[in-house]
Design a protein around this ligand. Structure first.
Ligand code: CAO
Length: 587
């Protein structure tokens, strides 16, 4: 085993950089080319790859430290043989050839590794243009060459079109320049890193060779350019030929201008190409600072970096920021719907109530949790309006009480709720707007030609809503019997799911409990709900005098997307008329 000290490599003219990400812990194993740490200048981020496989002994710098070329940054423990291999590799013939050329090379990770790159000594250079990362290790067929020798090509212009089983890909040029040679033919199979063409590119004057620091030991390895700076191919759906926009994170970064070109000192291992990257633009135009390792993790987890607050220098997003973000999202997912945040509404703060006195935590029943979720969903989705009126049920109650003896014979108890359900059915028939639902696309209304009415039942486990079907085909005796049956089943927890489905409208009666009125929440996708409170004898002016009448307070809440105030007024007026004179129910 050998301890190898890693130093900051040649950064292509950048004097000092900041250490912004130490991605490993001591003892972590590392493969050749794995990112050791990330450095950042005022213009660029650079992954510093490990020159050998082994294990990190320690970092010699801290995040936030400023380092310069040649500074020791980490120690790795490598097998002696492996270390020798790495050093040898970096001194290979091809690399030497590049290293001795005193000219500039326009940057690209792939290009810097291309064995056939030729470098010119003047302000122009020859540049091998390679296939950028196509997101797969497979080779795919070249079906079209979009350039010709002599063409002036701009960076991003399509070079060739590749076609796999599933998609066609426009391969963009990573550089601007003049096409000197085309190295491929239609029908060739190409993959990431394969040479496509030789370009003549403009290169600015590089700093004199003598100014380059000479790094003999320890080994300096070239930084890896942030993957995201390489423009990705545009992928089109097979046949559709519609270009899919590359993700903003990968598309918005451009390779450095020629001023950032780099040359290597004679006799030195090939020095890295340096890339200047602009911060990646998020869809909303906000810049995202994140290193390649962070971007990779984010891509793997499906996290949009534009959603992740960065805690690093200048708002840089660190690995911890991504994992914290994911944890927060997962925690939110676990919170019962009743406590979640909807439509950007600020969350109710979590309070430790025990600081104020003795408390106990009670588990919510399944029904309570479901009700909470449904209520919140309906409250947030449905624009509610509530319409109030009183029905004079003096005669209805007199009639109902007169049924008592017969009811006992039949074994049926008739309460005002049966008349309410019967009247609701008739009102729905006369006012079909209330017997509709909004279609899921929000563009259409579904008119129902059946009439099933739900009835809220208060049970020890929570609120349930069994449905009485085809109320317009049933009389008061049948409806009363069903009310007793379904309310009993509800309280005993014996309702079947089918008995709680298919409602067109809901009645919520608190008449037996009390209250002057309340505003019920629409049981979406229904569009209306009637809340009934306790009837009371009140003085009513009959035109000549005040007379005592039994008034039933009613509140009709409706979905104002589907129902207008006029519809609600007509529905309620009709209902009041039916309840005030139940002979109309017989018509
Ligand atoms: N005003 C005055 N008294 C009323 C009344 C009203 N609006 N409605 C019913 N009553 C009286 C009945 O006349 C009956 O008394 P009598 O036996 O003396 O005639 C008694 O209340 C019956 O009450 P009940 O609850 O046994 O039966 P019901 O048919 O009235 O109601 C049901 C059935 C299932 C609707 C009811 O039991 C229930 O659970 N209501 C609660 C609904 C609810 O929780 N709504 C809120 C939902 S949103 O949170």
């Amino acid at each position: 085993m050998t301890i190898q000290t890693i130093v900051v490599p040649d950064l292509g003219g950048v004097e000092t950089v900041e250490v912004i990400e130490l991605g490993l812990s001591p003892g972590d194993s590392i493969e050749v080319e794995d990112s050791l740490l990330v450095l950042e200048s005022d213009k660029a981020t650079m992954d510093i790859p490990s020159p050998a496989a082994g294990a990190l002994v320690k970092y010699l710098v801290a995040e936030g430290a400023t380092v310069k070329v040649g500074d020791a940054i980490a120690e790795i423990e490598v097998a002696g043989e492996a270390a020798a291999e790495v050093v040898a590799a970096s001194e290979s013939e091809e690399v030497e050839q590049v290293a001795h050329e005193p000219a500039a090379e326009v940057v690209s990770e792939a290009a810097s590794e291309a064995s056939s790159v030729e470098v010119a000594a003047s302000s122009t250079a020859e540049q091998m243009i390679l296939v950028p990362d196509i997101g797969s290790d497979d080779k795919v067929e070249l079906i079209e060459i979009s350039i010709a020798v002599g063409d002036e090509v701009n960076e991003g212009d399509t070079l060739v079109v590749l076609e796999s089983d599933k998609a066609t890909m426009d391969v963009p040029s990573t550089h601007s320049g003049k096409v000197l040679k085309i190295l491929v033919a239609e029908g060739d199979k190409l993959g990431t890193g394969d040479a496509v063409a030789l370009f003549e590119v403009v290169a600015d004057i590089a700093p004199p060779v003598a100014e380059k620091p000479v790094v003999e030991e320890p080994v300096a390895e070239k930084p890896v350019i942030d993957e995201s700076v390489i423009e990705k191919p545009v992928i089109k759906e097979q046949g559709a030929k519609v270009a899919a926009a590359a993700p903003a994170e990968t598309a918005a970064v451009k390779a450095a201008p020629a001023a950032d070109a780099i040359q290597s000192a004679p006799g030195q291992p090939a020095q890295p190409a340096s890339v200047t990257v602009e911060p990646v633009a998020a869809p909303d135009g906000v810049s995202i600072y994140a290193g390649p390792a962070v971007r990779l993790i984010a891509r793997e987890l499906g996290v949009s970096l534009s959603d992740v607050p960065g805690s690093g220098p200048r708002g840089r997003i660190l690995k911890d920021d991504v994992s914290n973000f994911v944890q927060q999202v997962m925690k939110k997912k676990d919170v019962p719907a009743a406590a979640t945040v909807g439509s950007g509404i600020p969350a109710v703060p979590a309070i430790d109530f025990s600081q104020f006195g003795k408390i106990e935590e009670l588990a919510m029943s399944k029904i309570q949790k479901l009700t909470a979720a449904n209520m919140q969903r309906n409250w947030l989705n449905v624009p509610h309006v509530t319409h109030f009126d009183d029905a004079d049920i003096t005669e209805l109650e007199a009639f109902r009480k007169g049924l008592k003896a017969e009811g006992e014979k039949r074994g049926v108890r008739v309460t005002p709720v049966a008349f309410l359900i019967k009247a609701i059915g008739a009102a729905l028939e006369a006012n079909p707007e209330f017997n509709r639902s909004l279609a899921a696309d929000g563009q259409n209304l579904i008119q129902k030609h059946y009439c099933h009415v739900g009835m809220a039942v208060d049970t020890p486990r929570g609120l349930v809503v069994p449905v009485i079907r085809d109320v317009n085909e049933k009389g008061i005796w049948d409806i009363s019997a069903e009310i007793s049956l379904l309310a009993g089943k509800a309280r005993d927890g014996k309702l079947k799911p089918a008995e709680m489905q298919g409602g067109c409208f809901t009645l919520s009666s608190l008449g037996a409990i009390g209250g002057n009125g309340f505003t019920p929440i629409v049981n979406a996708p229904e569009v209306g709900i009637l809340g009934v409170s306790k009837s009371q004898i009140k003085p009513v002016w009959d035109g000549a005098e005040f007379v005592p009448r039994l008034l039933l307070p009613m509140a009709l809440s409706y979905d104002h997307r589907a129902i207008n105030g006029g519809d609600a007024g007509r529905f309620m007026t009709h209902l009041v008329k039916l309840l005030s004179d139940i002979r109309y129910l017989a018509l």
